[in-house]
Design a binder for this molecule. Sequence first.
Ligand SMILES: Cc1cc2nc3c(=O)[nH]c(=O)nc-3n(C[C@H](O)[C@H](O)[C@H](O)COP(=O)(O)OP(=O)(O)OC[C@H]3O[C@@H](n4cnc5c(N)ncnc54)[C@H](O)[C@@H]3O)c2cc1C
Length: 389
Amino acid sequence: MVTANQFDYVIAGGGLQGSLLAFAISRLQPSAQVLLVEKQSQFCGNHTWSFHRSDLSDTTWEWFSELVDRQWDGYHVELGGVTRHIPIGYGSIFSDRLNQKLQTLRDNSDNLTTLSGSVRQLEERSLSLDTGERINGTAVLDCRGLRQGNSSMPRSGFQKFVGLEVELEEDWIADTPCLMDDRVEQTDGFRFIYTLPLTARRLLVEDTRFSNSRALNRDACREVISRYLKERGFANYRVVREETGCLPMPYQRGSLPSQMSVGYRGGFFHPATGYSIPLVANLANQIASSAAADAAMVIAEYRNRMRFQTTFSLWLNRLLFQLVTPTQRLQIFRRFYSKLPAETIQRFYALQFTATDAARIFLGRPPMGLTPLRFLQSFREKPCPAFPT
Ligand SMILES: Cc1cc2nc3c(=O)[nH]c(=O)nc-3n(C[C@H](O)[C@H](O)[C@H](O)COP(=O)(O)OP(=O)(O)OC[C@H]3O[C@@H](n4cnc5c(N)ncnc54)[C@H](O)[C@@H]3O)c2cc1C
């Protein structure tokens, strides 16, 4: 139950998008009244969210940097027996720390109100809770994340992973993240290990696959991680946290989101990488930099600006998940990281690539057997081809 009934911003869902919006508004419009409604007992879930520094505009960075827990000057990839250092800044946010920061903000200001409850319905200027309570807002933003069990879900491949945060007995071998290391058995699609050295002895290590199926055997993933660490001389470690995800990588547009849907539900995620921060942080910045009454217009303009990049990314996913075999999938990533300049890679991750970048990303791919007829056939309604794994 909230005592006030009218807010400038009412935010449904306190995950990544909702939390960043609440934080950005508190920094950029300190007098605006914000209500954040979340159905879980704490905001933000259980994640480590990473991003490229170049994903964020300078004005976004002014407030976003307060939330960043860890930063590196660059990272590396290990693909096809070749190591490449990529000099693009990389960073991470820990969801439990973001949750704490929001609580501090709420406790120390009169402008942020939080409510634990489940939103039943949103309308243009109000929302109602499962309890029947109705709350009004000038801007009512839907940040309720991925719609579960939605039958109209677009056709999609999946980026799925299990990540273990481990405490090692000795210092880890690298002080920069490794975004992809393909020195693991290639089963269930393209598979790689991701490592994030949070401190010298604290490591987030993930077994990740770009697969046509959602199914994920967590025990098998833990086993692969254990072998990977052991082969590098780290047989002994203590698991302090585990996270798991299955992010859709669609190759077809979903139904049009409602005007005030943002975050994942509103299509604000990178279809070809699964990263959301490039979009949700910059969108939060733009909404928070405008009047609440203009939020719908700001969202529509942002969506229009990324139309070309989104369409091309969906097309890339079609190529990855419908038109090439898992072996060729691996070659696509090897080529991406061995041939493309760092500037193209950075614009690609930020979903700000140009038509020239798109041509560069595509030209020279190994589309064996990718005839125009095969491409057209891929649009027909049929399930993903079952490639041997
Ligand atoms: C393990 C994992 C690691 C990831 N790592 C990265 C990464 O490194 N970088 C990156 O950019 N992205 C990453 N992602 C993807 C990113 O987390 C999501 O794309 C992002 O969280 C989407 O933000 P959102 O706010 O739209 O949805 P969510 O973060 O899912 O938030 C939705 C919120 O709405 C709440 N909610 C739902 N229904 C209701 C209701 N009826 N009433 C009230 N509240 C409701 C939910 O409880 C939830 O808290 C990762 C995802 C996972 C699962």
